[in-house]
Design a protein around this ligand. Sequence first.
Ligand SMILES: CC(C)(COP(=O)(O)OP(=O)(O)OC[C@H]1O[C@@H](n2cnc3c(N)ncnc32)[C@H](O)[C@@H]1OP(=O)(O)O)[C@@H](O)C(=O)NCCC(=O)NCCS
Length: 198
Amino acid sequence: MTSIFPDISISTDRLVLRPFEEADIPELTDMMNDELTAAWTSVPAPYTVADAREWATRQAPAERTGGRGIVFAVTELLTHRLVGVVHIMKTDWERRTAEVGFVVGPWARGEGYAAEAVLAAAQWLFTGQGFERLELRTAAGNSASQQVAQKIGCVSEGILRNATVVRSRTEDGGWTDIRTDVIVWGLLPEDLEDSVAG
Ligand SMILES: CC(C)(COP(=O)(O)OP(=O)(O)OC[C@H]1O[C@@H](n2cnc3c(N)ncnc32)[C@H](O)[C@@H]1OP(=O)(O)O)[C@@H](O)C(=O)NCCC(=O)NCCS
């Protein structure tokens, strides 16, 4: 069974998770041109305005309409500033499971925004959409994302050895690929009761 998520927005105490708009392109370009994002995700580096346009206007909406997941632009409630992206992906409609990926812009880190946004998306999936499992995969060295996983109540379930490639800076200022392990984290509806961020 394949389905699609509704085209919705989610509000938290400090954030609004909503669909991307064309007006987000400049802020999205700035946000993704960032050392940590280049190192730990597979987004293009450098990230161009054309990359941002392609994501905001084509790829992100297509995730939802193609039944694969849903992409949220994360904005501050008070300022409307774009602070991040939450991407629910690899949705299995039959088993009601999905995976989540996320980025928070360098100017907005350390405020608990990633945990707040991912937790809100998880709560919506579990209570509003009847999902039973959300998976998070973090590269072994990505401490900040592991901290986010722990804060929202995820359980570390195991290590996929040599399962992904991350990027590391070279001496001449370029990037080189490095193979690394992946930690698999699972979040079930009952885990949210243990969540620090909730
Ligand atoms: C991972 C990321 C989304 C976290 O965003 P954030 O909004 O700063 O996250 P939060 O503030 O909710 O929580 C971050 C936690 O990690 C901790 N942290 C940050 N950098 C850290 C580091 N280098 N080592 C250990 N912990 C770290 C923070 O102290 C905070 O924990 P605390 O609230 O207990 O103090 C952000 O760093 C990012 O966008 N990184 C690049 C993209 C990425 O790695 N995405 C995840 C792919 S799985």
